[in-house]
Design a protein around this ligand. Structure first.
Ligand code: AMP
Length: 280
């Protein structure tokens, strides 16, 4: 496994390696969610590359960039055990040198939900993913459904800009109690951790209604919100949204034959958790 810290060296190596090349972008602090992506990428490709980069441009000024969990040594051990060929682990000035001044601005797909709650977030995500795609030129890139709107933003950018990458979406990996795995779960106190599965339970309540034939987005949202509001440790709900699974456009009454994503962002104390289920 080669660990590379500069864009120039990563570009040069990626031009030489056997194809197809699969890329798994991450911010590190790896868990089973990430490893499900690297496992699939390993199976599908002659060369498997992962990136570890806590991307400053996708964090807001009052967000957790400086405190985001970092565990480079352990991450490298895990990636090595997964049979990773290349790890791209640059520092911020390597990706954003002095004078860096070009960004990708996603459109309507990035407007609601995370885009509304975290202004500029998807501009940072799209910009760094475009850079990672350009540096590595992967045949395939792997993303988790856990961040459902993020995958939609990346798919749209990939299509609109003819980046030509096969974007693979992998299912959300959960703890046994339903909590979606996330590096940020490490911030939860013991009590918050015990309460955290309520986010998934709330989405499952909406999903059950859907399975019983309910197509009114308002009723699906109300069912999920009711559960979230019952949990005293939930300190805020940023949104519960019912959207088209591809365009992220809000759905009023779910049209037949469309896949729909029911997504939520809730705070437990100071920790913000997101999750979603896809129905239809
Ligand atoms: P992150 O390091 O949080 O930026 O995540 C890197 C990639 O792993 C993204 O494509 C995430 O969607 C994906 N990911 C994170 N958590 C999970 C999970 N619980 N299940 C599946 N994929 C995940």
């Amino acid at each position: 496994m080669r660990v590379v810290e500069t864009c120039a060296e990563m570009m040069a190596l990626c031009r030489e390696v056997p194809r197809p090349l699969g890329l798994v972008p991450t911010m590190g602090a790896l868990h089973e969610g990430h490893l499900s992506l690297t496992r699939q990428a390993r199976l599908d490709n002659a060369t498997m590359a992962a990136s570890i980069f806590v991307n400053p441009t996708q964090f807001g000024p009052n967000e957790d960039f400086t405190t985001y969990p970092r565990s480079m040594e352990r991450d490298l051990e895990l990636l090595e055990a997964q049979g990773t060929d290349l790890v791209f682990a640059p520092l911020p000035p390597e990706v954003y040198p002095d004078g860096f001044d070009t960004y990708i601005e996603p459109g309507a797909v990035a407007e609601g939900m995370e885009g509304a709650s975290r202004p500029g977030h998807f501009r940072g995500v799209a910009t760094v993913v475009a850079k990672l795609f350009t540096i590595t030129r992967p045949d395939r890139a792997y993303f988790g459904q856990k961040d459902g709107q993020q995958v939609a933003v990346i798919r749209k950018m990939n299509a609109d800009l003819n980046l030509g990458v096969d974007v693979v979406t992998m299912p959300t990996i959960r703890e046994p109690d339903g909590l979606a795995m996330s590096s940020r779960n490490a911030y939860l106190t013991e009590e918050e951790r015990a309460a955290a599965p309520v986010v998934h339970r709330a989405l499952c309540a909406a999903e059950s209604l859907w399975n019983a034939g309910e197509r009114d987005a308002g009723r699906l949202r109300t069912a999920a919100l009711a559960l979230l509001r019952q949990e005293p440790l939930v300190s805020g709900v940023d949104y519960v949204s019912v959207v088209d699974a591809e365009t992220m456009a809000p759905v009023g009454f779910a049209p037949a034959g469309r896949r729909v994503m029911i997504a939520a962002a809730a705070r437990l104390g100071s920790v913000r958790l997101i999750d979603n289920v896809v129905v239809g």
